[in-house]
Design a protein around this ligand. Structure first.
Ligand SMILES: [Zn+2]
Length: 498
């Protein structure tokens, strides 16, 4: 490229910026300026070439290693082609920004082009104006490094950030829903330093090793239509809960028990609505979270095709996929007393679907312990009440109940059962239970109301076996479900306008 009347001062700046701060003294600057002038004016070399030539001349003179010198224009690279320990330039959109707790980083987040997503950090020393979520940029001279087993783009003082007017569309894989399960393997774990496998002092591949601590979680995120297994690493857990590796170690030390970390994580994330940026997944493998945050405003999606995982890598229809937990209001749980034998006994809901797992958020009104050591819980939402029973097969639930004062807002996942007798009573057998906040309760109410109406509309418009059976055994009682949905919808609305 031929640049007419090049501004030598600006080119000199480019030369100086290629070197670590403080390595270029005034004498070298004068020398560089002289050489630039000669190359441009006498030899008529293009500006880029002149800069490149002078940079490599200075590097040789001052014996500065090649890798310490930033390229003038690192090659424009696609995200999927990034390699560790190289310089690159990228045209990207900022997909997500999140809080940084670091003293040296100005921003961290996720950028992407049409080939993929990558994490980035902006160093404070770079003195850039802040990147804005959703905007597109040309990032010149960023350094690609591997951090925690993943690539990361480092925007440092050698980098240049230029807003651009292009429409770059990174592939989005977003999962949103409630956390309805946390796998027992989650929490403070030990890894083999060689292969990163989770071990207990001894690696099957590498024998006796000095295991390193790590924090991770395997969770199930469920929007009532699809359930996805997602792995959270230490960063994602810290973003969500404020608990990092150090805090996790403290918790374990204080309790003299590593599993105390899992209990603490459960308290903080179980039942909460989250929004996750993920990669991978499919073929029975879990997704890996690139970014995680609590979902503050949940937009209800009425079209099941639209909900859950967006993008191409959903797990729909895979064998062995976990059945989503249904959102069922108390009034409907209480009145759905008919069971159907399929693979095990399932409760037929008023709204015409068979129900295995339920995700419920409401008020724990009473907890009483029977002589047999079984806890009897009375749970309520604005539409009614029902019972749950937890015994020795749910030790975590029992432990949480010991610590919980009533009344409390709780999230609970479990299976519906029917107590046979003179009067049939439908109750919940909790698998996991945690105290949550009012906002989670309101989000759940809105969601449960929508899902109930969806089920009812489907039942009215279809003539499948379960719809017919529900109409037959419940008759006009199905109207209770619609009434409950209306009450819940109203109750979920904020009391005061902001
Ligand atoms: Zn190993």
């Amino acid at each position: 490229m031929i640049t007419l009347d090049p501004n030598i001062q600006e080119l000199l700046e480019e030369v100086v910026n290629a070197f670590p701060t403080g390595t270029i003294d005034e004498a070298t600057k004068r020398d560089a300026k002289g050489r630039l002038k000669i190359l441009l004016e006498e030899f008529k070399v293009p500006a880029d070439e002149a800069v490149r030539t002078v940079i490599s001349y200075i590097a040789r003179q001052r014996q500065i290693p090649e890798e310490a010198v930033a390229p003038v224009h690192a090659p424009l690279t696609k995200v999927s082609d990034l390699k560790p320990e190289t310089w690159a330039s990228l045209k990207v959109r900022v997909v997500r920004l999140w809080e940084t707790r670091s003293d040296v980083l100005a921003q961290t987040g996720l950028v992407g082009d049409e080939t993929g997503l990558v994490r980035f950090v902006v160093w404070k020393s770079g003195d850039f104006s802040r990147l804005i979520e959703g905007r597109c940029y040309l990032l010149r001279n960023v350094f690609v490094q591997e951090y925690g087993g993943r690539l990361e783009v480092s925007i440092n003082r050698r980098s240049r950030v230029e807003p651009i007017d292009e429409d770059i569309r990174p592939p989005r894989s977003e999962i949103s829903g409630a956390i309805v399960a946390i796998h027992r393997s989650s929490g403070l774990v030990q890894r083999c330093p060689e292969c990163r496998a989770v071990i207990k002092g001894f690696c099957p591949k590498h024998g006796r090793v000095n295991a390193v601590d790590d924090l991770c979680a395997k969770i199930v995120v469920d929007d009532g239509v699809k359930a996805c297994t997602v792995l959270l690493n230490a960063d994602a857990i810290k973003n969500l809960t404020g608990i990092g590796l150090n805090e996790a170690r403290d918790i374990a030390t204080r309790a003299l028990d590593r599993s105390a970390v899992l209990r603490e994580l459960t308290k903080r994330i179980f039942g909460r609505y989250v929004k996750l940026e993920v990669k991978g997944g499919g073929e029975g493998r879990p997704f890996v979270a690139l970014a995680a945050e609590f979902d503050k405003v949940r937009e209800m999606k009425h079209d099941p095709k639209e909900s859950g995982v967006k993008g191409s890598d959903g797990i729909k229809g895979k064998n062995g996929a976990r059945e989503p937990a249904k959102r069922v209001l108390a009034a409907e749980i209480y009145r759905s007393t008919h069971t159907v034998e399929t693979s095990g006994s399932k409760v037929l809901l008023l709204s015409g679907e068979l129900c295995g797992r339920v995700f419920f958020v409401g008020t724990l009104l009473e907890k009483t312990r029977t002589a047999e050591g079984v806890w009897k819980l009375r749970l309520a939402d604005p539409t009614g009440v029902f019972y749950a029973f937890a015994g020795k097969y749910q030790p975590e639930v029992v432990e949480t109940l010991h610590e919980t004062d009533v009344p409390a807002i709780v999230a609970v996942v479990g299976k519906l059962k029917v107590l046979e007798g003179k009067r049939r009573i439908t109750f919940l057998r909790p698998e996991c239970l945690a105290v949550v906040d009012f906002r989670t309760r309101d989000l759940w109410l809105a969601e449960a109301a929508s899902r109930t109406l969806e089920r009812l509309n489907k039942m009215e418009n279809s003539d499948n076996t379960m719809s017919r059976l529900a109409k037959e055994v419940y008759g006009t009682s199905t109207a209770y479900a619609r009434k409950a949905a209306e009450i819940a919808m109203k109750a979920s609305l904020p009391k005061t306008e902001k």
